[in-house]
Design a protein around this ligand. Structure first.
Ligand SMILES: [Cu+2]
Length: 146
């Protein structure tokens, strides 16, 4: 009996870690705790998705972007002043208006054919922000240059 009462909380904790949504259905009484872990999970998720820095090779920073139902992913990129930034953009959905990438500050306006990686390059000349967006500017992301 004692060993069983020991095991139960452990099993429950394991269920939270493995499948919080499932745990919520199984254990009504544990909803509050489950809710907490859900938020923690979300925070971790957005942090991981946060600002993309890509990879730097031979002085060129390459960042891969996709266009999905959520818009540009990632929608935040960090680059460096004076370092060439190469964005490789693949549009993966037909259900948004983002069928091109426009970076006004750098005179870029590139069509994005479905499922085809398109490369655009620029060199941030100064600190600040550079926006990338769809042709009508509703879907956008930002390159941060510290
Ligand atoms: Cu648009």
């Amino acid at each position: 009996m004692t060993s069983k009462s020991f095991l139960l909380p452990v099993a429950a904790a394991f269920a939270f870690a493995a499948a919080p949504a499932l745990a919520q259905h199984d254990h009504g009484s544990m909803q509050m705790q489950d809710h907490g872990s859900m938020h923690a999970g979300m925070a971790a998720g957005s942090a991981a998705q946060g600002i993309a820095e890509g990879t730097v090779k031979n002085g060129v920073r390459t960042v891969e972007l996709t266009v999905t139902e959520n818009g540009f992913e990632p929608s935040k990129v960090k680059a460096k002043k004076g370092e060439k930034l190469r964005l490789v953009v693949t549009r993966k959905t037909d259900s948004t208006c983002a069928k091109e990438i426009v970076i006004k500050d750098h005179g870029i306006n590139q069509p994005l054919p479905l499922d085809k990686p398109v490369t655009v390059e620029l060199v941030p000349a100064k600190s600040g922000e550079i926006r990338y967006a769809c042709g009508m500017d509703h879907i956008s992301g930002v390159v941060f240059i510290p």
